[in-house]
Ligand binder design. Structure first.
Ligand SMILES: NCc1[nH]cc(CCC(=O)O)c1CC(=O)O
Length: 313
């Protein structure tokens, strides 16, 4: 009998697409195994009416899956690397970082315009502090409107709520088959992606040697190194999704290049820099770039954000 591996995922259409994609790749690499997908709701799927930045809790899209894995109900969990907190619960680890899709953000407007062509004061729907800060840094006249929900909901609200545009991750838009709605690929010099954006990760128990081994076959070394560096940077900045941090690691000829930024929410200050190193020193590179950003003034921005957060509460 073929051994069955139970794969946990959220139940959104994007999450299910990603879990199916991971399972297809796992099957091809491990033909002796059988895989079964189990969908679960997470806190992040239940709380839809509060801005993500105000919930402020790391791991709202991952915790239920992690608990199921620790209980032994599932053998592995599939996540968007972007939603996976930098610190994992005791006993769990990232078993594979899959080959990254194009990591950037895209603009979707109603009238087929680019950022430069939007009218003054155009309304942009996004609930990402990172997108908000960087877009305001580029065009301070834009008006940011909170827009949450999955990709399909956001596209529908764009049409219904009188917004001019929204900004989404290319990866999710592509996976959901909405590429035809993209009106501009936003260049990285305007908007650096979220840490891990575009890559699908597999979380496993540290002690399940068998699962670790079969999952390691779908790991993509260059994507893993790039994202390791980005995650080390975020961890050092103590970011989480509630702080405007952007980062992008790229590998070229075994050299790892890391760009990172911390921006003020109003976009009036953007601290941005880059560093290069060997692929074997991804974490160190991320930490060093974080230190450099902190010295360049990112520390003051983060401090200010933490104080503002206390006012909300
Ligand atoms: N925040 C939700 C989320 N988590 C991962 C993706 C896109 C897929 C990916 O990054 O791999 C998205 C949607 C978006 O930000 O537009």
């Amino acid at each position: 009998m073929r051994r069955e591996i139970v794969v946990g995922t959220r139940e959104s259409r994007l999450a299910l697409w990603q879990a199916n994609w991971v399972v297809e790749n796992l099957k091809e690499a491990n033909p002796a195994y059988h895989f079964r997908i189990v969908g679960m709701r997470t806190q992040g799927d239940n709380i839809l009416d509060v801005a993500l930045a105000k919930i402020g809790d790391k791991g709202i899209f991952t915790k239920e899956l992690e608990l199921a894995m620790l209980r032994g109900d599932i053998d592995l969990a599939v996540h968007s690397m972007k939603d996976l907190p930098t610190e994992l619960p005791e006993g769990l680890c990232v078993g594979a970082v899959c080959c990254r899709e194009y990591p950037g953000d895209v603009l979707i407007t109603k009238y087929g315009k680019s950022l430069d062509a939007l009218p003054r004061g155009a309304l942009i729907g996004t609930s990402s502090l990172r997108r908000c800060a960087q877009l305001l840094g580029y065009r301070s006249d834009l008006k940011m409107v909170d827009l949450r929900g999955n990709i399909n909901t956001r596209l529908r609200k764009l049409d219904e709520d009188g917004l001019d545009a929204t900004v989404l991750a290319y990866a999710g838009v592509k996976r959901m088959g909405w590429e035809n709605r993209i009106t501009q690929m936003i260049p990285f010099d305007i908007c650096l992606p979220a840490v891990g954006q575009g890559s699908i990760g597999v979380e496993v128990r540290r002690d399940s040697e068998e699962v670790l081994r079969l999952v390691s076959r779908i790991d993509h070394t260059e994507s893993r190194c790039a994202i390791q560096a980005e995650r080390a940077l975020l961890k050092k900045l103590e970011g989480g999704c509630q702080v405007p941090v952007g980062a992008l690691g790229t590998v070229d000829n075994s050299r790892l290049m890391l760009e990172g930024l911390v921006a003020r929410l109003d976009g009036k200050q953007v601290v941005r820099s880059s560093m290069a190193g060997g692929m074997g020193e991804a974490e160190k590179l991320g930490e060093r770039l974080a230190e450099k950003l902190l010295e360049m003034g990112a520390g003051d921005i983060l401090q200010e954000m933490r104080q503002e957060k206390r006012i909300y509460e």
